[in-house]
Design a protein around this ligand. Structure first.
Ligand code: DX5
Ligand code: ZN
Length: 226
């Protein structure tokens, strides 16, 4: 299996919300490649987190890329706000609106990387016809809404299928697409995600739940280079 670099994106959802700035800086200093920001509206998912104001406040203090995961519906009215707040990549779920293609075009037009998120029950076909507008595909390995859930093994097959799809797209001259996994990522499940073809991993509990963030991030990186 060819080894590609794997980006680690700690999810701020598992941080101490009373010290968000410090927590975000701590994972950046500890070697995080991206900061994953989970935006929840209490409607698309049964939980509420934070919005563009918080993203903007954090942006002033950090230089690593912001990987913004929108779990809101509708998402379209807020894309510009997240772009202005300093998101580098904005990902949304196909179920969040009627015109995924248009939403991705909007994100690109705002000068940001565009991502599509697939829920455990959402088939790969939901993204197949918009690959040309995707910079990232995010596979949910839990149902979105909460941190600390157990990894769903059933999603590994989807990662493998997407890896093949992305490789074929890139081989045909298409733009590069990152393949990210989110939910229940631990040192053990990370290895299986990477073996299946993932090249970016979101981790909330398995980073912020550990006393040493640098060691926790290191533990998620692939150990064997072929
Ligand atoms: C869930 C979020 C995840 C969450 C992951 O809806 O999208 O990013 O923070 O948390 P862990 O890593 O604890 O499963
Ligand atoms: Zn997320």
């Amino acid at each position: 299996m060819p080894q590609r670099p794997v980006r680690i994106a700690p999810s701020l959802l598992a941080a101490d919300f009373a010290r968000l700035g410090e927590e975000a800086r701590a994972v950046a200093d500890a070697g995080a490649d991206w900061l994953h920001l989970d935006v929840m509206d209490g409607h698309f998912v049964p939980n509420i987190s934070f919005g563009p104001v918080v993203v903007k406040a954090l942006r002033r203090h950090l230089s690593i890329p912001f990987d913004v995961h929108l779990m809101i519906a509708p998402a379209d009215p807020y894309l510009a706000a997240f772009a202005e707040a300093g998101a580098d990549c904005i990902s949304l779920h196909p179920e969040a609106g009627p015109h995924l293609h248009r939403s991705l075009q909007t994100i690109r037009a705002l000068g940001k990387r565009a991502g599509v998120v697939l829920n455990p029950a959402t088939p790969v076909s939901a993204v197949e016809t918009v690959l040309d507008l995707c910079d990232l595909i995010l596979v949910m390995s839990v149902n979105p809404g909460f941190g600390g859930q157990s990894f769903l093994d059933s999603q590994l097959g989807k990662i493998t299928v997407l890896r093949r799809m992305i490789d074929a797209h890139e081989a045909a001259g298409g733009q590069p697409i990152d393949l990210e996994v989110d939910g229940g990522v631990t040192a053990e499940t990370a290895t299986r995600c990477v073996a299946a073809g993932a090249d970016a991993l979101v981790a909330g509990t398995s980073v912020f739940g550990k006393p040493d963030y640098a060691a926790a991030i290191r533990a998620l990186r692939p150990k064997v280079l072929d």
